[in-house]
Design a protein around this ligand. Structure first.
Ligand code: UTP
Length: 289
């Protein structure tokens, strides 16, 4: 099977839950401590061996391009001030991965956004992530998925297992048959936000979107009708693909963090602050008081 080199990150949504902060600033650039959300996702992909990333963007998302681009004058200035190490992680990233950008002219859903990257990806298998979920894990989740992808030679999605049925109704649910590997399932259906009586019996949900997809997804996305809220959803296309071909779900090892609303972003920041040697003691103290 062909090596997976390319990744797609969709960042073209409007981020209305964060208005007014996101009126002129992408929600994917909101910081978790001193790093924008989308940088965590790029780092995960790069640490998994992805060497080309395409962002599906929209107007007002230009700062994402600037963030990942080199700025020699600024680097010289920081060098003189002895502060270049502050942006060293970004410089290192730019040596390992090439960035590309394409536009989604209207936010018509994540499936529609992914389709905007079709020409860039071509027939190769690729990795897909949304732009606002962080997964904290020892082994990057994309790397965990790629390992299984090469074994199974089939599209795969990262899932979590939860027991709270009420909570499950807020997520995409995955219905699947477990394999010999307890973490690996073969999918029969995807259902977005099912009724409580119909949630996945295995407790499998999609929180933090990470897929490895084959070219089979393109034809399905191209003929995909609009679904919930009049948008084109990747989960609907994935459901069609799962009915036609082997499509696996892998219960990854890692903690998923949403960053798409105020409370979730705050919780994410607290999680990472507790791990940050510079501020962890003060944060613990703050939380106790
Ligand atoms: P969300 O579903 O959180 O939507 O997108 P949103 O529009 O960004 O936010 P709200 O609901 O208005 O607050 C999840 C990810 O998918 C991208 C978003 O940019 C985000 O990274 N997305 C969503 C697109 O790129 N295009 C779309 O049409 C929808």
């Amino acid at each position: 099977m062909q090596k997976v080199r390319k990744g797609v990150i969709t960042v073209a949504g409007l981020g209305t839950r964060f208005l007014p902060a996101t009126k002129a600033m992408p929600k994917e650039m909101l910081p978790v401590l001193d790093k924008p959300v989308v940088q965590y996702i790029v780092e995960e992909m790069v640490a998994s061996g992805i060497t080309e990333i395409i962002f599906v963007t929209s107007s007002q998302k230009r700062s994402i391009e600037d963030h990942f681009d080199r700025d020699k004058d600024f680097e010289e200035y920081l060098t003189k001030k002895g502060k270049l190490d502050r942006i060293k992680p970004l410089i290192d990233l730019s040596k390992k991965v090439r960035f590309f950008y394409t536009r989604q002219s209207e936010p018509l859903g994540n499936g529609h956004a992914l389709l905007c990257a079709k020409e860039f990806i071509g027939d190769e298998p690729f990795v897909f992530s949304d732009g606002d979920s962080i997964i904290d894990s020892k082994v990057p989740v994309v790397k965990q998925l790629l390992k299984v992808f090469y074994q199974e030679q089939a599209s795969i999605i990262g899932v979590q297992k939860i027991t709270d049925k009420e909570a499950m109704t807020k997520y995409g649910n995955v219905y699947a048959k477990v394999t010999k590997d307890k973490r690996l399932y073969r999918i029969s259906d995807f259902v977005e936000k099912p009724h409580i009586e119909k949630v996945s019996p295995d407790g499998l949900i999609v929180g933090g979107m990470r897929y490895v997809l084959t070219k089979d997804i393109w034809a399905i996305l191209e003929s995909q009708k609009t679904g919930r809220d009049g948008e084109i959803w990747l989960a609907d296309a994935a459901n069609v693909l799962a009915h036609k071909k082997k499509f696996m779900a892998y219960e990854y090892e890692g903690l998923y963090f949403d960053t798409g609303n105020k409370l979730a972003l705050l919780k994410t920041a607290i999680h990472f602050a507790k791990k940050d040697p510079e501020i962890k003691d003060q944060i613990e103290e703050l939380l106790v008081n």
